[in-house]
Design a protein around this ligand. Sequence first.
Ligand code: NOJ
Ligand code: CA
Length: 692
Amino acid sequence: MTVRRAFHVCLAILGFAAFAAAARAETVTVSSPNDEIVVTLTDEGGFARYSATFRGEEAVGASRLGLLFEDHFGFDRGLEISGVECASRDETWEQHWGEDRLIRDHHNEAAVTFTATEGPRRRVIVRVRVFDDGFGFRYETPKQAAFRKDVAIIDELTEFAFDAASTAWWIPSREWNRYEYLYRETPATEVYLAHTPMTLKTPAGAYLSVHEAALVDYSGMSLKQAREGRFKADLAPWSDGALVKTKVPFKTPWRTVQISPDPAGLMNSRMILNLNEPNALGDVSWVEPGKYVGIWWAMHIRDRSWGTDMIHGATTEETKRYMDFAAEHGFDGVLVEGWNIGWDGDWYNNGDLFRFAEPYPDFDIAEIARHGEQIGVRLIGHHETSGDVTNYEAQLDDAFDLYEKSGVRQVKTGYVADGGLIERLDERGIKKYEWHDGQFTNDHHLRVIRKAAEHKMSINPHEPVKDTGLRRTYPNWISREGARGQEYNAWALPPNPPEHTAIIPFTRMLSGPMDFTPGVFDLRPNEREPLRPDMPRSDTRSRVETTLAKQLSLYVVLYSPIQMAADLPENYEARPDAFQFIKDVPTDWEKSVALDGEIGDYVVVARKERGGNDWYLGALTDEEAREITVPVDFLEPGAAYTAEIYRDGEGAHYNTAPYEIVIEETSVTAADEIVLPLGPGGGAAIRFVVAE
Ligand code: NOJ
Ligand code: CA
């Protein structure tokens, strides 16, 4: 690992500009290491503001900064810059798991102190870091006489002023379905309240993505359009109306803007991770990336049920069948849902009934653990809370004890509850309802992550809070949902349209790994006869709108250190040829490169396996057919590779001919180009093996 530090290289310039009415404004300018991004802070007119340029063009116009508190004077006006400290860093750090093993953190920094000139003397530091791929800033409120220890933030004034003629890719925030919306591509002016990451294309052709890093002890930030093109931080409120309850001193999460001349550049940015704190857990060798199968899709397509009243999925026998299948085909684990007391009845609304240490009688967890140990497959745990966090937290110790005893190393959690309906009992036992990205829930997630770490367990929350790069600090936060995943193809109308997976690499996936659960081979599950007449299938229009080859491409395109092979064992046994790619593809990478793409149209990604020499490539398209030419110059120069190609066949079409697939081998070197014909809704997956 190389570590170079260059503190004291101050690239910030403290300047004094003449200002109307004889007032003096100060400006601080920080450039990226390559000088392409320049961030400027000013106190002009007594307001704290920042702006940013990319390659000389405005990227973010003058935008307000500030915080307001309950019962305290805030930082909104009458502010002046009273000090600047500069720093630079260029160091490379290593990830225990990830899309890249080594990550370079190269940035220039300014910590700018704003002091209030009116009211009690008080100060806030705005720390800015400027990288070649974007910038981030946060507020730091040091200990000072003007603040009592406990403070409530009642507004964050941060703005992001973009060119109103930009195009935005976004999902609505503070709505019932959390993050599980189809992305909208609209003029930026049509955004009202958006989750982050929100991605924009400016009229000048730059690509920007707004997000946050290290969301700890704070409420999640959404973006509210305040004026045309001008977005304001909108923090998820507590049930009592406060936005954040904190203690001085405190630091906010980083507010981030990633900037790139092309969409693929956004995918190659590691800035969010760089703005997070290093691993806080010490030895994390017990955190294991890998692949899994599960008693899961069978419930979503109504072959099985979570509850015991119909066709219970989580039986000892069925779990052993999946474990045997996993062992035979090289999977590490078997996820089992519906194994514990609480699923019978209206589980969506009865979170308080879940018992996390009490299996149903037909799920012999000790016998399952014994069987798994014998054949080298782990049970993967599942804790659906239905959003009743108090009920879950009261049982955490017992729940993790039982799983630890049973050889479990990974637990999928679930927070199925409408947005704003995370339940908790307050100190007086009164029920309160919180947001999935509110401070209460964010704190809860970290309590679970820390407790899980004590048991050497990794957590994969569904209906989670968005990722903000905390996997760097807590490597056992192994994946999460937080977008429309494969499950929507089993029962939703509309299911995920072909462009969905051509949008999320440039939006949702910029925040971190997703447990999308790819690999469905029976693309029309609802066209089959129901197994039981009292369990009719969903509408046949709910189906997987991809070709078979595109399902394979998702393993490379959508990064997660744990990947599911979501379909039923029998559907894989019916297609051993295509299944081979799922068996081969790793989930932990030495290096990843997004090669090409247009948001909502197509994307091409290459990744090199960790601990080996193979490369993998995934390419996918929206509903349009296209031919993609990929120079494979990422391969080792001079080496000969066999490319095992899984691509759409002649006439492949997600609607009319989804199973048309060609599986072929060819020899390539880094000097070659590969031409991939992608059908509508299609894709391609390639494994490059170094030739002997
Ligand atoms: C929603 C999750 O996304 C899904 O994976 C899970 O099967 C159900 N909740 C039940 O917990
Ligand atoms: Ca979900």
